[in-house]
Ligand binder design. Sequence first.
Ligand code: SF4
Length: 336
Amino acid sequence: MIKDPVLEIKGLNVDYGLGDHAVHAVRDVNLTLHRGEVLGLAGESGSGKSTLAYGLTRLLPPPGVISGGQVIYHQADGPPVDVLSLSHKELRKFRWAETSIVFQGAMNSLNPVHKISTQLIDVIKAHEPTSTPASRLARAREMLSLVGISADRLESYPHQLSGGMRQRVMIAMALALEPRVVIMDEPTTALDVVMQRQILGQLIELRERLGFSVLFITHDLSLLVEFSDRIAIMYGGRIVEEAPAADLYRDSLHPYSDGLLHSFPALRGPRRELTGIPGSPPDQRSMPTGCSFHPRCPKAFEPCADKIPVLGEPNLLGDQARSVACWLHPARETVA
Ligand code: SF4
């Protein structure tokens, strides 16, 4: 069943710097997040995934610039809008009430001198100024309970909570205004594996109850395999493979996806040998020619160093739910 799109990233390009010296951190990215879906985005550090998250929410710090593309948000009660063209006021509403963001280390962004109640209530008040104090308090209590923290912890200061609880408070804040899209950029990386899975399990449960969509960004592909509906893999600023999570796990088509899958132990399913990926991610200031993965690819062959493979439906499978950018699986449209 094809669900409605909520967020469509179309041909997005993000550079650092301008002119001839610009570093192209995100190139021609096309991704669609559907209603109620968890879309995972994986790649090593420096692959461009966080830059993509900052770009699409227009939180990119200088010298980052969006040099092309569109981010179409399908409103629940209005026509689609391009986030990149929103006014400052519209953007403010979009960022919290329509889309909320939890970044890596967000738990450290709680204000240490204010109680959790004050901080949660402030978020609700800023966006719903006509709400009553009693309704704000009730919502704050409800949100805390939703993320598995007893409502009496509302009166705690951040230092009185564990790292896992602080991160849950940030997730409660992100959900307080009932956004339709939640973007999470390595939200649990600072936590231990058990806590990471516990929080993500809870998030998925909440998604089922509240119906929001999630763009979940991490370097740990094994997490995504467990919690996502679909996964996109990013390398050198480009999407190199996109597939339903189960298909990607069972039969990844891109050698880089395969390398990522063999870099992290899976907590469930059959054991995989951990082989990692040889070499280091490319320096974005001087990207390799052709397929940017070719210097590290165990399957590189004749065309790889010269021609950039196009992301498209793999010709061999005719599987419309998947796409890959690799000369081993030429895209359908590139084959005569
Ligand atoms: Fe490897 Fe070539 Fe495929 Fe790139 S295009 S991933 S170098 S086989």
